[in-house]
Design a protein around this ligand. Structure first.
Ligand code: SAH
Ligand code: SF4
Length: 390
């Protein structure tokens, strides 16, 4: 007997090209292709990235004829909000769904007592690097995010706060960007670089490079380019002071061990006492949190323009570690501060909304699987995951 025919239930896709994610040259090329003069590209750029406009009909400096021509071929589309959660401390987390149904997380973390804060962007769906303490590391890499999806995360976050047009005076809640969400940004450098250049553009969103920090687990060969081409701040997820421990908790250390990583930090373009490299250090009970570890850390970064960020481990179901005791974290911080370094203990934020990296996506996937199972049992195929109909 022949197998039953496969019925596909795909979402109808909009064939029009999304203008979000195009850089100035690409936008100019699109405008040229539809017979428009170069200054039109500048106008569209301003509408899209400075005013945050998504409807061509409201781009009033553009003729009605051109508006119609644009609407025929293009869209200005953000990722869809699949879930949104607001913590009691003001931290807000979105799970964004992209055109192919993949999802990634974005978080807004307000500064305590201040009217500004950082948007934490994801760079990949999942991660290849399997750091033992990281929830994202348990999710296989699905794919790199495109420049459009990275810029789109920021723009969609800004929609929530109504910060369009871009305020001239810098007075905005979403004042900073940290590329510290899901994924390893230096394994998706070209797309991240393209996205950050768009986000930095002064006639668009206009976030200064001094307000942008990229966090890497230590992809040594890409660090120099990050400094040279983008000039942004660097954060390094160090988390251990010996290769033995780092190999165990961060498998990337086997490829780029501590000595190489520290050399790349010393060579990071633009690092200075005014622009220090942040060393992130996750506090894992009994693993890396002794006084001797703190002193070894000082030795390791000697001579480097460094500051620290001590991160209490945020546990997740099934994780193998415990967070260090607060007294041990405090002792660790005191040793670094007594040596003259800034070493704040990062306040746990948004714990009530699963703020550990990668948790919201897993939670949503689990829910979807349960829904899909129920639909299959009831004989109803799922639109997003086509299955043979029996
Ligand atoms: N891949 C990059 C950026 C994303 S991870 C990197 O590793 O730097 C961002 C930061 O969150 C890293 O410092 C990472 O070590 C930390 N992190 C991951 N899981 C965590 C957890 N469960 N609790 C606290 N911090 C965590
Ligand atoms: Fe990937 Fe960073 Fe998580 Fe490691 S800590 S698994 S590099 S996202």
């Amino acid at each position: 007997m022949l197998p039953p025919p496969v019925r596909l239930y795909l979402c109808p896709m909009d064939e029009r090209k999304n203008l979000i994610g195009l850089d100035r040259d690409e936008l100019a090329a699109e405008m040229a292709a539809i017979g428009e003069k170069p200054f039109r590209a500048k106008q569209v750029w301003h509408w899209v990235y400075n005013r945050g406009e998504t409807d061509f009909a409201r781009m009033t400096s553009i003729s009605k004829v051109m508006q119609a021509r644009l609407a025929e071929r293009y869209v200005v589309r953000r990722p869809q909000v699949a879930r949104e959660m607001l913590s009691s401390d003001g931290t807000r987390k979105w799970l964004f769904a992209f055109d192919d149904g993949n999802e990634a997380e974005t978080v807004y973390i307000p500064d305590v007592d201040e009217d500004r804060g950082a948007v934490c962007l994801s760079s990949q769906v999942g991660c290849t690097l399997t750091c033992r303490f990281c929830h994202t590391g348990t999710q296989l890499l699905v794919r790199n995010l495109t420049a459009a999806e990275v810029v789109g995360q920021f723009m969609a976050a800004r929609d929530t706060y109504g910060e369009w047009p871009t305020p001239d005076d810098g007075g905005r809640q979403l004042s900073n960007i940290v590329v510290m969400g899901m994924g390893e940004p230096l394994y998706n450098f070209d797309n991240i670089a393209a996205a950050l250049k768009i986000l930095m553009d002064g006639d668009g969103i206009g976030i200064s490079k001094r307000r942008i920090t990229l966090s890497t687990s230590g992809v040594v060969p890409m660090m120099r380019r990050c400094g040279e081409e983008l000039g942004i701040n660097l954060a390094v997820s160090l988390h251990a002071v010996t290769d033995e421990v780092r190999d165990r908790i961060m498998p990337i250390n086997k490829k780029y061990p501590l000595a190489e990583l520290m050399r790349a930090c010393r060579d990071y373009p633009g690092a200075s006492n005014a622009r220090r490299i942040t060393f992130e250090y996750i506090m894992l009970k009994g693993v890396n949190d002794s006084a001797a570890d703190a002193r070894a850390l000082l030795k390791l970064i000697k001579g480097l323009p460094a500051k620290f960020n001590l991160i209490p481990f945020n546990p997740w179901p099934g994780s193998d570690f415990e967070c260090s005791d607060m007294a041990d974290i405090k002792r660790f911080s005191d040793i670094l501060q007594d040596a003259g370094y800034s070493a704040p203990i990062r306040l746990p934020r948004g714990r009530d909304i699963l703020a550990a990296c990668g948790q919201l996506r897993s939670d949503s996937k689990r829910e979807r699987c349960t829904r899909l199972k129920a639909r299959l049992e009831a004989g109803i195929p799922d639109e997003r995951h086509p299955v043979p109909a029996g």
